[in-house]
Ligand binder design. Structure first.
Ligand code: ZN
Length: 259
C-alpha cells in the first residue's frame, strides 16, 4: 500500500468535510425539527451533563444549533468535577465556557452534592438524579431535555448514570409534552474521524423522521475550541487533540428517547 497516497486522500477528504461544515455555517438548514416554527414553538431546553467540560467536548453542535435559532438553553451540571480537588476551579471554567457559547450564566447550574461526586468509582443513584432533574424541569418550565445515551460517549459511569436518571424522569413524567433526546455514542472509528463523520451522520439521518432522529452540524466549530480552552485545568495536549479529531466537535446525532 502506498501510504503517501492514503495520507493525501485522507487530507483531501478531511478538507472537503470541513468545507461542507463551512457551507452549512453559511447556509444553515431550515428544515430540522428544532426549526419547525415561530415563537410559539420555541423550546425551553435543559442540557443535563455530568461534569464541567462535557458541554464543550461533546454537545457544542447542539448548543450552537439551538442558541442560533433562539431556543432557550439551560445547563444542569450534576457535579463540579472535583475528582482532583479542583471543583471550584472547574465550576468557574464552566461558566467561562458558557459565556463563549452565549448561554446566560443564570441559566447554568452546577451541583456539588455528596451523592454525586465525580469519579469512575462513584456510582450515582438514578432515583436521586431523577428527583433533582424533575425539580429543575418544574421550576424552569422545561419542555425538552438533552443528555447522554446509555453508553455516555466515553463510557464514563457518571455519564451513563445521568442517562438512566433522565430515563426515569421520562418514565415518571406526568407531562406528556416532555421530550427527551439522547446524544448518540458512535463507534471508536467514527468518534475520531473528525469532520469526516458528517457524511455518515447525514446519510444515517436521511429517510428518518426528524421527529425522532436529528443530525446537527456545528455551525461554529471555532467556538468549540474557544469554549474548551476556557477549561484551562483540563486543556492539556491530549484533550486539544481530542477536540481536533473528535467527530463531536463537528456534528451531533440526537435520538429521541421513547419508552
Ligand atoms: Zn464527563
Amino acid at each position: 500500500m502506498d501510504w503517501s497516497v492514503l495520507a493525501i486522500s485522507a487530507s483531501v477528504f478531511w478538507i472537503a468535510s470541513l468545507c461542507k461544515i463551512l457551507h452549512v455555517s453559511y447556509f444553515p438548514s431550515k428544515d430540522q425539527y428544532f426549526d419547525s416554527g415561530d415563537n410559539l414553538c420555541k423550546k425551553t431546553v435543559l442540557l443535563v451533563i455530568a461534569h464541567p467540560d462535557d458541554e464543550s467536548m461533546f454537545f457544542t453542535p447542539t448548543i450552537n444549533y439551538l442558541t442560533s435559532r433562539g431556543h432557550d438553553v439551560h445547563i444542569l451540571c450534576l457535579s463540579s468535577g472535583n475528582a482532583d480537588g479542583m471543583g471550584n476551579i472547574r465550576k468557574d471554567e464552566l461558566y467561562k465556557a458558557c459565556a463563549i457559547l452565549k448561554l446566560p450564566l443564570k441559566q447554568v447550574v452546577v451541583l456539588d452534592h455528596p451523592e454525586l461526586q465525580d469519579g469512575f468509582g462513584n456510582m450515582w443513584n438514578h432515583i436521586f438524579i431523577a428527583k433533582l432533574v424533575e425539580d429543575h424541569i418544574k421550576s424552569l418550565g422545561i419542555n425538552t431535555v438533552i443528555t447522554f445515551d446509555s453508553y455516555g460517549v466515553s463510557g464514563h459511569c457518571n455519564h451513563r448514570d445521568v442517562h438512566f436518571g433522565i430515563r426515569k424522569v421520562l418514565l415518571d413524567s406526568q407531562q406528556s409534552s416532555l421530550e427527551v433526546w439522547e446524544l448518540d455514542s458512535s463507534s471508536i472509528l467514527r468518534k475520531y474521524s473528525g469532520p469526516i463523520d458528517i457524511w455518515l451522520s447525514m446519510f444515517m439521518a436521511r429517510g428518518r423522521s426528524r421527529m425522532k432522529f436529528l443530525c446537527l452540524v456545528n455551525e461554529h466549530p471555532l467556538k468549540t475550541f474557544q469554549a474548551m480552552a476556557q477549561h484551562a485545568s483540563q486543556w492539556v495536549w491530549f484533550r486539544k487533540l481530542f477536540v481536533c479529531f473528535s467527530s463531536y466537535t463537528y456534528v451531533n446525532t440526537l435520538r429521541k428517547i421513547e419508552l
